[in-house]
Design a protein around this ligand. Structure first.
Ligand code: PMP
Length: 472
């Protein structure tokens, strides 16, 4: 079993211990998503481990929400942040640029082989999605022959693209949308996901299924009026809501062809699946497609700073440059120097430490172990993933694939069970949000520098958690 390195693990101070021993005190000021929950207080971290105020070391098997891809304590990033803080912590991007943002943008553009020619840097995945959608609308007003009637967006069912009103409307998480439905744009519609486990018909081949999904997108274009659609938005590999479903070969290419046929932009949301998580820096590199607009976030800054970005294809940049010459959108913390310096260093480390081959190798090992230990579990319906991005979907009955009722909150129960000291593992819970398409899943998304020993421990603990909640 893992023995923590007590020399370097942050040891809670007495005041932190005190805080942790009084949960009421913890939640007295901070508003959490779940008001009645008393979250553990994290006071330190080392590598793949989080340390709570009571000294519990939790194996962070999910990097939070697929964020902390270098683990929790890389001093090279700490130094880059301090250096930038001393140079200049902030300048307003409406008036100035800064070297940290310029360096990061150049690195990102180069990482696409120049296919994307500019980066728009913001602070969260949600903001990146909103920027992508707005840019697609603006693009059509600035073409040599403008098409201002293109105001509709098509995305996919059971998708997640963020939580503010615009991005919530793009996504399709039923329970997150429900009470805000009146404020969500009616110009956004949703087509089925590529989801072989539940979506593919018994006698259908992969090619037939992909062709059917492309036809469903074509039908949706026809239904809403092909020349009214500005963009189609998809997660390259869905995470939060559907749970790590790798796109079938040719699927994204077939969807892009539909968009091209109708002159709409093709937006890939790689907030979760991008920046190395699936084994290549950009998940689209494995799909033989290049997006017109691409969002990135979590692995960009690895959690050392809140940062996200929109990468913009050259032809879109050229259109806006020839048009008004400005993106009608700006935010105060855009291109934040400290966040950019942190992300730049993170990206250098991913390259210098040659981490992408490790993502592929450890990812294959993780998948192998999950299949070995859980394929025969009566309630594990599906195991799927790519790179270090894996999910297990749970069912009441493997034959019928019946999901558990949302009232059981199964994935949250698995998460909270994992946090018990005897398991000490953080698992990412997820579900389709009661829209009936998919059931509960948990995600494993360890850091890119994880080891075989850690992967074994992670699977061992995950299996024990599942056994405690659902039996053997
Ligand atoms: N898009 C995708 C695909 C995501 O997974 C997420 C976050 N899970 C978002 C957008 C929103 O990102 P954020 O939480 O950083 O706003």
């Amino acid at each position: 079993d893992y023995t923590p390195d007590t020399e370097t693990v942050h040891v809670p101070t007495s005041s932190e211990k005190q805080l942790g021993s009084s949960p009421a005190e913890l939640s007295s000021g901070v508003l959490y998503h779940q008001l009645r929950r008393e979250p553990l207080n994290i006071v330190g971290g080392k590598g793949s481990y989080l340390v709570t105020s009571t000294g519990l070391e939790i194996l962070d098997a999910t990097c939070g929400a697929a964020v902390s891809c270098l683990g929790h304590s890389d001093e090279r990033v700490h130094e880059a942040i301090m250096d930038q803080l001393k140079k200049i912590p902030y300048c307003y991007s409406l008036y100035f640029t800064n070297s940290a943002a310029e360096d990061l943008s150049r690195l990102l553009v180069d990482s696409t082989g120049g296919k994307m020619s500019r980066a728009f840097i913001v602070s969260s995945g949600t903001e990146a999605v909103e920027a992508a959608v707005k840019m697609s609308i603006q693009y059509f007003t600035e073409l040599a022959v403008p098409q201002p009637q293109r105001v509709k967006i098509i995305s996919r069912q059971s998708s997640y693209h963020g939580n503010t009103l615009g991005s919530l409307a793009v996504g399709h998480h039923a329970s997150r949308r429900r009470i805000y439905e009146s404020l969500l744009s009616k110009n956004i519609s949703h087509v089925p996901q590529c989801y072989p486990y539940r979506g593919m018909k018994p006698q259908e081949t992969t090619e037939e299924y992909v062709a059917r999904l492309a036809q469903e997108l074509e039908d949706e274009f026809q239904r809403v009026g092909p020349n009214t659609v500005a963009a189609f938005v998809a997660e390259t590999m869905p995470g939060a809501t559907l749970g790590c479903v790798p796109p079938l070969p040719g699927y994204l290419k077939a969807l892009k062809a539909v968009c091209e046929r109708h002159g709409a932009l093709f937006i890939l949301d790689e907030v979760m699946s991008g920046m190395g998580r699936t084994g290549t820096l950009h998940a689209w590199e494995q799909e033989d497609v290049v997006p017109d607009l691409q969002t990135i976030a979590k692995g960009l800054g690895a959690g050392y700073a809140p940062i996200a970005g929109l990468l913009i294809n050259k032809h879109v940049v050229d259109t806006l440059s020839k048009g008004t010459g400005a993106f009608v959108h700006s935010q105060t913390y855009q291109g934040h120097p400290v966040a950019c310096a942190a992300a730049y260093r993170v990206q250098q480390i991913i390259q210098d430490d040659n981490l992408l081959p490790n993502v592929r190798e450890m990812g294959a090992y993780l998948g192998e172990l999950l299949h070995e230990h859980l394929d025969n579990h009566p309630h594990v319906g599906d195991i799927r993933g790519r790179g270090l991005f894996w999910a297990m979907e749970f069912v009441q009955d493997k034959q019928t694939k019946a999901s558990y009722p949302p009232s059981k909150a199964l994935s949250w129960t698995l998460h909270t069970t994992g946090l018990k000291p005897k398991h000490a593992i953080s698992l990412m819970p997820g579900s389709g949000g009661a829209d009936g398409v998919n059931g509960d899943h948990i995600i494993l998304a360890p850091p890119y520098n994880t080891t075989r020993d850690e992967i074994r421990l992670m699977v061992d603990r995950t299996v024990r958690v599942i056994q405690e909640v659902l039996g053997d």
